[in-house]
Design a protein around this ligand. Structure first.
Ligand code: SAH
Ligand code: SF4
Ligand code: F3S
Length: 432
């Protein structure tokens, strides 16, 4: 029997916040006659939830629209674009892509019920968020649930679009977050990741000034076997209260994602980051002194405008100095509206950027292997997440991927594994 529901497909191209938004969009649309589908060819409604962090991410969105534009020639199809590119480009998208029916921004998600009822082509991009509605959230079917706590950014790093695509920082009410955490646990998820472009700024815009540490403590108190993570931290916003909380709580995992971006003080200043190498060093030292087996990861940009070879080398030496366990890396990409995007005469040549990025990636590999080798011979708690190629795969509290062998293992189990081999990207072990 044919379903009475229409099918909606979402292509999600961005960060965890973007993924979380897609889960909310699926949820909202489920109240209005749509069910999620995993094959774009079967969909009645296709939505691309976009990312604008680099030029390439933006281009991916346009090529997806092109594919759907062709599909629309053969069958009725509603096409929408949302997310960070929609927030940035607004009506221009309706002009450029005549087959797009709906453009909606990052702050318009809860307006979707009205937007989908409107006739004609619609562009809705607002600067401030509308009040959250009480709708379902259709989360990805795995063990980890994303839980947004704060959206937006007030930092205006000179290379970054996020303050323009996500607006100023706005925190969700703590009661709402804790209720959502309870419902996530009741649904059987084993890991909750608190999300924000800047999680440490949580609560500064709310009257009662609740902190990230407070949220972590409240969620830690909830009954059940589950882990709590949080991302992303701005180096100088990490407080002693947060470090203490991670140290003393049972369920909060020993991981800090603290993007450094560059190892050179001059480049950091030009990036408008509010710390220098010395300050970053102090934060990392404090975390390592207090939290055993902590994983510290980072993000770095290669080839920021006017970055010299010497300055790039300072980024490489930062890895060694701070014993970083892993880092995301990217070649600098000029973005609209940003101050760095206007430093055209200082742009680094594309080939040079690629060269630096490759060196950076080699450094990440070296650090990752070194970090994994620290755990050889140790016994670690692993949450089993999947079964692939005859091996169970899971992650430790400090976010190391482990391939585990053994009897009586089920997905969703917390087991102890003896680690007997370490490679660049994962550990190998057997169930104790
Ligand atoms: N809020 C986080 C990062 C969010 S964006 C922070 O403050 O660190 C994720 C990462 O994308 C950034 O850490 C940065 O390394 C990278 N990024 C942002 N803009 C970029 C650009 N224009 N070119 C290359 N990488 C960029
Ligand atoms: Fe972008 Fe900087 Fe804000 Fe991170 S802190 S989201 S890099 S502006
Ligand atoms: Fe991309 Fe927007 Fe996230 S630009 S990284 S989807 S906040």
């Amino acid at each position: 029997m044919a379903s009475e529901f229409k099918k909606v497909y979402i292509e999600t191209l961005g960060c965890q916040m973007n993924k979380s938004d897609s889960e909310r969009i699926f949820g909202i649309l489920s109240h209005f006659g749509y069910e999620p589908c995993e094959d774009e060819n079967e969909a009645d409604f296709c939505i691309v939830n976009t990312c604008s962090i680099r030029q390439l991410s933006e281009e991916k969105a346009y090529s997806k629209l092109g594919v759907w534009g062709k599909m629309k020639k053969d069958k009725p199809l509603k096409i929408a674009i949302c997310g960070c590119v929609a927030q940035q480009e607004k009506e221009k998208l309706l002009k450029r892509f005549p087959y797009v029916d709906l453009v909606f921004g990052t702050q318009n998600i809860y307006e979707l019920p009205e937007l989908i009822k409107k006739d004609g082509r619609v562009c809705a991009v607002r600067e401030n968020p509308v009040k959250e509605g009480d709708y379902n959230i259709i989360r990805a079917k795995n063990l980890n649930a994303w839980l947004p706590i704060i959206e937006g950014c007030n930092n205006f790093c000179s290379y970054c679009v996020v303050p323009y695509t996500r607006g100023r920082e706005h925190s969700r009410e703590p009661e709402r977050i804790i209720d959502e955490a309870k419902s996530i646990i009741a649904q059987g998820y084993k890991e909750i990741t608190l999300l924000g472009q800047n999680v440490d700024s949580y609560g500064k815009d709310l009257e009662a000034k609740p902190t990230l540490a407070y949220l972590l403590r409240e969620i830690d108190k909830l009954d059940g076997d589950f882990r709590i993570r949080f991302t992303t931290s701005y180096p100088t916003d990490i407080t002693d209260e947060l470090i203490e909380t991670v140290k003393n709580s049972k369920k909060v995992c020993e991981c800090f994602h603290i993007p450094m971006q560059s190892g050179s003080d001059r480049v950091l200043k030009s990036m408008n980051r509010r710390y220098n190498r010395e300050k970053y060093a102090q934060i990392v030292k404090k975390i390592r002194e207090n939290i055993k087996d902590v994983t510290i990861t980072s993000d770095f940009i290669a080839g920021f405008p006017s970055e010299t070879d010497e300055e790039f080398k300072m980024t490489l030496s930062a890895f060694d100095e701070f014993e970083l366990d892993y880092s995301n890396t990217a070649a600098y990409s000029p973005r609209p509206n940003t101050p760095a995007g206007k430093m055209v005469d200082k742009f680094i040549d594309e080939d040079e950027k690629k060269k630096r990025l490759a060196i950076l990636n080699d450094k990440v590999k070296e650090m990752s292997l070194k970090s994994n080798q620290k755990y050889l011979g140790r016994s670690l708690e692993v949450l089993i997440e999947s079964f692939k190629n005859g091996k169970y795969e899971g992650r430790t509290r400090n976010n190391k991927v482990v391939h585990v062998t053994g009897e009586n293992i089920n997905i969703g189990d917390f087991i102890w594994a003896e680690i007997d081999r370490a490679s660049t990207w994962c550990l190998f072990g057997s169930k104790k």
